[in-house]
Write a protein that binds this ligand. Structure first.
Ligand code: PMP
Length: 373
């Protein structure tokens, strides 16, 4: 097991479980685990979690309000969320059996580890990336092999990754595309190369696909070892609902269905997901606005001499500045603005990540940052 790349905001928090008389200790691999992102501070302007800046469109809210009293609260949900699954399958030109809904993308990532990871199994991680991958590797006692991305560009080291995959012992690899927190993407042909190099299950995590508008979907028919992860949490303004989905071959989906919690996607989430997805067109102008704001924010950050910012294809920007930890603290204390502090995380020294908010929020953030740095 490699050491856990801790990207939580509270890296120094000790979670070693003390021995308590009368209580048996949990599994050794759980004892020293650091939980994912302990609660963040609340601030007037929250730009830390890559959430959408606006709530659901009025039309969606109206439809939900109108349907509330007839909603089948007392009934168990359909375990496979078949109605929503059919909508997603149709929109992606796939069979229903190629889609699996989950309680957020997070649950589906855990399912990947439950099915393809575990004792004597090997996960290939490409840090710095979404920290949950390594946490779930740890909880499922999956051995992690880490191949760091390029220190300057955060590009996947394709040659090294392909070479490592060709050794034949990797069971699962997850490539966040765009990568979180760096915002960059791997090219389609690079991902194809990884898919062709071994039979390891390769999950391309497209949580921010609506902002990048690039997907590996066209390659699902060609590669049986490709799985694509998406979420309703970002572009669909539904992080609070907990809804995500995987697109893959029927065999991969059937395998994940074996390990998942049968009722993890509750009936309310299924219904809200259906209403939102059926109105996907209403989210388009919002997505365009975020992309425009992101590119504007990039230019503005790039113009600050003490800031180094990376181009992003998602709804956030990673930047580096001296004394980053102090900068994040001052943004919070003096300006009531919360962004994500990665300054002490591995590979991300002095890096901070800001989520693209409303134009007013972005302006307030920039002004505050300019006066601090
Ligand atoms: N993948 C990536 C890269 C993410 O950044 C996130 C959210 N932080 C997820 C997956 C999971 O999102 P959710 O569980 O909200 O669907």
């Amino acid at each position: 097991m490699t050491t856990t790349t801790n990207m939580s905001t509270t890296p120094s928090m000790s979670t070693n479980m003390p021995s308590i008389p009368g209580l048996r200790l949990p599994r050794p691999s759980v004892r020293d685990l650091v939980p994912y992102e302990a609660t963040e501070p609340t601030a007037a302007i929250m730009l830390s979690a890559n959430e959408a800046p606006e709530t659901l469109p009025d039309e969606v809210l109206r439809e939900l309000k109108a349907g509330l009293s007839d909603f089948a609260w007392r009934k168990y949900p359909d375990p496979l969320a078949r109605q929503l699954r059919a909508l997603i399958a149709e929109a992606n030109g796939l069979e229903d059996e190629q889609v699996l809904l989950g309680n957020g993308g997070d649950e589906l990532i855990l399912d990947l580890f439950l099915a393809w990871g575990g004792k004597d199994r090997c996960f290939l991680n490409l840090p710095p990336t979404f920290s949950l991958y390594e946490i779930y590797a740890h909880t499922t006692e999956t051995r992690t092999v880490a191949l760091p991305r390029d220190r300057e560009t955060f590009a996947v080291a394709v040659d090294a990754t392909a070479a490592r995959l060709s050794a034949g012992d990797i069971d699962l690899c997850i490539v966040a595309n765009p990568n979180n927190p760096s915002g960059n993407m791997s090219a389609e042909d690079e991902l194809q190369r990884l898919l062709e190099t071994s039979n390891a299950l390769i999950c391309v995590d497209e949580a921010y696909f609506e902002f990048s508008r690039r997907t590996m979907r066209p390659w699902l028919d060609r590669y049986p070892n490709l799985a694509i992860l998406r979420t309703f949490s970002k572009a669909f303004s539904l992080a609070g609902l907990r809804l995500g989905y995987i697109l893959a071959s029927p065999e991969v989906i059937a395998t994940l269905a074996k390990v998942r919690m049968p009722y993890s996607v509750n009936a309310f989430s299924q219904w809200v997901g259906r209403v939102a997805y059926a109105h996907a067109n209403l989210f388009e102008p919002r997505i365009r606005a975020i992309v425009e704001q992101r590119d504007w924010l990039y230019t503005q950050l790039d113009a600050i001499p003490t800031v180094e910012v990376w181009p992003s294809e998602a709804n956030y920007l990673l930047f580096r500045t001296t004394n980053a930890h102090r900068v994040a603290q001052r943004l919070l204390q003096d300006y009531d603005i919360c962004i994500r502090d990665f300054s002490r995380a591995a590979y991300l020294t002095d890096c901070l990540r800001v989520t693209v908010g409303t134009p007013a929020q972005n302006e307030a953030f920039l002004q505050a940052l300019r006066s601090i740095v």
